[in-house]
Write a protein that binds this ligand. Structure first.
Ligand SMILES: Cc1cc2nc3c(=O)[nH]c(=O)nc-3n(C[C@H](O)[C@H](O)[C@H](O)COP(=O)(O)OP(=O)(O)OC[C@H]3O[C@@H](n4cnc5c(N)ncnc54)[C@H](O)[C@@H]3O)c2cc1C
Length: 430
């Protein structure tokens, strides 16, 4: 019989890594194990773009809000790798994403004994016949089975692929979470690479702007077009008052609000994280386009109020049929490939959301949904079961629809959330 862990964590990204650290530092003596699909520790490796910086204050790292004395802080990483002083001297407001990824990898390296890498979980079930009471059984694509008395799902959100792209299966159309590997597969990155003639980015987010800049740098002779549904590219809401949406007190306040007020809060805070970009990248992009126009050689274009109505994938590229939303006029765009910066799916009943994380579809009926169709998640991130004897299931980093913008998959609050989940696990595992 397979060993039964106290806790199995699915995914070992920043959220479950922060949990592993909290379990160690807060003295919870639980047998926790993690399954991670990637071959080794990494963070957003498909979007490791030259020059990109992080979107969170670096001190809002894996640990510091919970335990500023932790050895797993970003500052201690810089200290232990001999870069602290040099780093503080870099003329940048926020650290490079590359450096933060190194930090995450460094921290994860301390917990290798707790993680199976290359373990892609494909199934989750409740075994009610197990000796000693119901437990979870988790299966991987390699056919391995793992058992645990509690589960923490920290898989990150699923990419959102809107129509008409959702009906297309082609290496020429891909979500940003596959950006760098997809370029290599298309033969436009890596040794002896070819150069595309035209590329299209779909979206108006921070990632869309970063991708546009990256493509313009990589392929200076290519035509790079960004199509956004919004009127044009917008500045992020960085008001320090709005930023209080990323305070733990705000999470509690949001949690208690009824659904219609949650919706109102969401639409107000949306621009702090979605459909908007930081001033530095917007300014860089605007300057680039202006200079190209000045040189009479514009190759980068931003077109707002555009909706792709249909697309045709051909042998040598993609043909997009695009509507200008305010005039109703249509235009055709040809591209060698299309990058979708179209965001992620949150939990919920709407078409752009998902009812439960994809991995939990087979056990969804074990849990309570509210009158609006949202999964009922307790304040400590445990999903409310229908039967009291269902083993505990926690969601780590997937609860924006119940806990608000601070839970939008970012670093902002994950160290504090890890403490709450660690305490919840302790309570549910007597
Ligand atoms: C390009 C990009 C840049 C970002 N930059 C920032 C930033 O600067 N600051 C910020 O605060 N947030 C940023 N974010 C938000 C991001 O969600 C968080 O930084 C962070 O990655 C969230 O951690 P997580 O562990 O919840 O999810 P993830 O980082 O997505 O980690 C989830 C892990 O689960 C694994 N996994 C998924 N499914 C399975 C499965 N079935 N079986 C086994 N393992 C599985 C994945 O391989 C992955 O390693 C960025 C997001 C993107 C896409």
């Amino acid at each position: 019989m397979t060993h039964c862990h106290d806790v199995l964590g699915i995914g070992f990204g920043p959220a479950n890594l922060a949990l592993a650290i909290a379990l160690e530092e807060e003295g919870h003596d639980l047998d926790a194990h993690f399954l991670e699909a990637r071959p080794g520790p990494s963070w957003q490796s498909a979007m490791m773009l030259d020059g990109s910086d992080i979107q969170n204050h670096p001190v809002r790292d894996l640990v510091s809000l919970r335990n500023p004395r932790s050895r797993y802080s970003f500052i201690n990483f810089l200290f232990e790798t001999g870069r602290l002083l040099e780093h503080l001297n870099v003329p940048m407001e926020f650290p490079l994403r590359k450096e933060y990824a190194q930090y995450v990898t460094w921290a994860a390296g301390h917990f290798g004994r707790l993680v199976d890498y290359g373990a892609h979980v494909t199934g989750v079930a409740v075994d009610r016949q197990a000796e000693g009471g119901p437990v979870y059984t988790v299966t991987t694509s390699a056919g391995d089975t793992h058992r645990a008395r509690a589960l923490v799902v920290g898989t990150g959100r699923s990419p959102f692929i809107p129509a008409p792209f959702d009906a297309v299966d082609s290496p020429r159309v891909f979500h940003l979470t596959r950006y760098l590997p997809a370029l290599r597969e298309l033969g436009v990155a890596g040794e002896g690479h070819s150069t595309p003639r035209a590329v299209t980015v779909i979206g108006g987010s921070q990632s869309a702007v970063e991708l546009t800049l990256d493509l313009a740098r990589r392929f200076p002779r290519a035509r790079v077009t960004t199509l956004a549904r919004s009127l044009t590219l917008r500045l992020k809401d960085t008001s320090p008052f709005s930023e209080e949406g990323y305070f733990p007190g705000f999470t509690d306040y949001y949690y208690r609000a009824p659904r219609d007020r949650k919706d109102a809060i969401d639409s107000y805070l949306r621009l702090t994280n979605y459909s908007s970009a930081d001033g530095d990248v917007l300014q860089e992009l605007y300057r680039l386009i202006y200079e190209q126009r000045l040189d009479g050689d514009q190759r980068v274009f931003v077109s707002g109020s555009r909706q792709v109505r249909s697309l045709e994938v051909r042998d040598d590229g993609v043909l997009l049929d695009v509507e200008e939303l305010n005039t109703g006029e249509t235009e055709e765009h040809e591209a060698d490939f299309v990058v979708l910066a179209t965001g992620f799916r949150d939990l919920g009943p709407a078409a752009h959301q998902e009812r439960v994380p994809a991995l939990l579809r087979d056990v969804a009926d074990e849990f309570v949904f509210d009158n609006h169709g949202y999964l009922t998640v307790e304040q400590d991130y445990e999903v409310r079961p229908l039967d009291a004897d269902t083993p505990a299931l926690f969601l780590n980093g997937l609860c924006e629809s119940t806990h608000g913008i601070g839970d939008a998959g970012s670093f902002s609050l994950l160290s504090l959330r890890a403490k709450v989940i660690a305490e919840g696990l302790r309570k549910s595992l007597p």
